[in-house]
Design a protein. Structure first.
Length: 332
C-alpha cells in the first residue's frame, strides 16, 4: 500500500527481499517481527554500523558494495562465534545527497549476500539524516548450546592460525584512495576491500570439530585482534612474521608504492578473516580437514604462559607488537 514518501520508499526497499525461512510468525509490516526460535540452539546477536567518510567514500565504494560489506562485517562476527546466521534488521539514515535509487542498490548488495547465507531481512528503520549516509545491520544467528567459539579459550602450547591472506583490504583502500587510476591492475585488492567474503563455513567447521578452539574475526587489524585474544585468555602470543600469509598482489603493490606490507597486516583491518588457536595435537587434524575441504588455514604462531602480550618473532628476535589497529576514538 503506497501512503507517502517514507512508506513507499520502505516498500520499494523490500520489493526484492527473499524469505529464507519457514519460522516467521509475524513478518515485516507490524511494530516488530516475530520468529520461532530453534528449540535446541542458543541465539547469537551482533551489530555493525558503516558511516560515510569513516567506513567508505563515494570514491572508494559503489552502493552495491556498501550493502554487501555492511552485511559481510556482521556475518564475520557470527562466523567468529561459529554461528549460523539467520535474521537481519537494517537501519538507514539517508542525507539529501543520496538518491533513493542508490539506497535500493545498497539493498541489492545486502540481498545478494543475505541470499547466499539464507539470511532473511526481518525489518529495520528508515530516517532522514543531515549529512553522511549511515547504515546499521543487526544480525541474529544460532549456535548449538555451549558451543560458541570464544576469545578466552587460548592455552599455553596452542598454535595460532589464520584463514586466508591478510592485508589485502587495507592495500585495496590505499590503492583506491591514492592511485585511483591504477585499480584495474590490482582487482583482488579492490575486491578484498569492497567485497570481503565472511568466513561462515570455516566458523561452522571449527565448531563441528568439537575441539577446544579460540576464535576472533580480523576487523581492526591482526595486532588488535591478537591483543584481544591475549587479554581475554590471559596468555602471551608469539607470532612468526615470516609465516603470515600474504597475497602476491599485495606484496607486488606494496613494492610498487614503497610501503611496508606488514603495516597493512598488523594495523590495516577489514580483512574479515578468522584468527584462532587450537592445541598442537588438534592442529594436525584441523589442517588435514581444511585441506580436504579446500579451506586455507595457516599456522602463524603459538601461545606461551605469561602476562597478556603479543610478540613478533623474526629469525629468533622477538619484539612486542604495539596494540595498534583501527580505533574510532584513538584521539580521545
Ligand atoms: N554502543 C555499544 N553498546 C553496547 N555494547 C557495545 C557497544 N559498542 C560495542 N559494544 C560491544 O562491545 C564489544 C566489542 O565491540 P566491537 O565493535 O569492538 O566488536 P568487534 O567485533 O570486536 O569489532 P568490529 O566492530 O570492529 O567488528 C562487543 O561485544 C559489542 O557488542
Ligand atoms: C574512506 C575510508 N577510510 C578508512 C577506512 C578504514 N576503516 C574504517 S573503519 C575500519 C575498521 C572496521 O570498522 P569497525 O571497527 O567500525 O567495525 C577501517 C579499517 C575505510 N574503510 N574507508
Ligand atoms: Mg563492532
Ligand atoms: Mg569481531
Ligand atoms: Mg572495530
Amino acid at each position: 500500500m503506497i501512503v507517502n514518501g517514507e512508506f513507499s520508499f520502505i516498500h520499494s526497499l523490500l520489493a526484492h527481499r527473499q524469505i529464507q525461512t519457514n519460522r516467521i510468525e509475524v513478518d515485516v509490516g507490524d511494530d516488530a517481527a516475530v520468529v520461532v526460535p530453534h528449540p535446541n540452539r542458543s541465539l547469537v546477536m551482533t551489530c555493525d554500523t558503516m558511516v560515510e567518510t569513516i567506513h567508505f567514500l563515494r570514491e572508494t565504494m559503489q552502493p552495491f558494495d556498501i550493502g554487501w560489506k555492511l552485511l559481510a562485517s556482521n556475518l564475520s562476527d557470527i562466523a567468529a562465534m561459529g554461528g549460523v546466521p539467520t535474521y537481519a534488521l537494517v537501519s538507514v539514515a539517508v542525507p539529501p545527497s543520496w538518491a533513493l535509487a542508490e539506497i535500493e542498490e545498497i539493498y541489492h548488495g545486502i540481498y545478494t549476500l543475505a541470499n547466499q547465507y539464507q539470511v532473511t531481512i526481518m525489518g529495520g528503520d528508515t530516517v532522514k539524516a543531515p549529512s553522511d549516509l549511515t547504515l546499521t545491520i543487526t544480525l541474529l544467528g544460532e549456535i548449538e548450546h555451549g558451543q560458541a567459539l570464544l576469545r578466552s579459550s587460548a592455552k599455553p602450547g596452542d598454535i595460532v592460525f589464520v584463514s586466508g591472506v591478510l592485508g589485502d583490504s587495507a592495500a585495496g583502500l590505499h590503492l583506491l584512495l591514492n592511485h585511483p587510476t591504477k585499480t584495474e591492475h590490482f582487482p583482488k585488492l579492490v575486491a578484498a576491500h569492497c567485497r570481503p567474503q565472511p568466513q561462515i563455513e570455516i566458523g561452522r567447521k571449527l565448531v563441528e570439530t568439537g575441539f577446544r578452539l579460540t576464535c576472533d574475526d580480523i576487523s581492526d587489524g591482526l595486532a588488535q585482534e591478537a591483543w584481544e585474544i591475549a587479554r581475554a585468555s590471559q596468555v602471551a602470543i608469539v607470532l612468526d612474521k615470516d609465516k603470515i600469509p600474504l597475497s602476491h598482489s599485495m606484496v607486488q603493490f606494496a613494492k610498487k608504492v614503497q610501503k611496508d606490507p606488514y603495516e597493512w597486516v598488523w594495523f590495516g583491518g577489514e580483512d574479515y578473516q578468522l584468527i584462532g588457536t587450537v592445541s598442537q595435537e588438534n592442529w594436525v587434524k584441523l589442517k588435514q580437514m581444511a585441506k580436504e575441504l579446500g579451506f586455507c588455514l595457516t599456522r602463524i604462531g603459538h601461545i606461551e604462559t605469561g602476562e597478556p602480550t603479543v610478540k613478533v618473532n623474526l629469525g629468533g628476535t622477538c619484539m612486542t607488537l604495539p596494540q595498534g589497529g583501527y580505533n574510532h576514538f584513538a584521539d580521545r
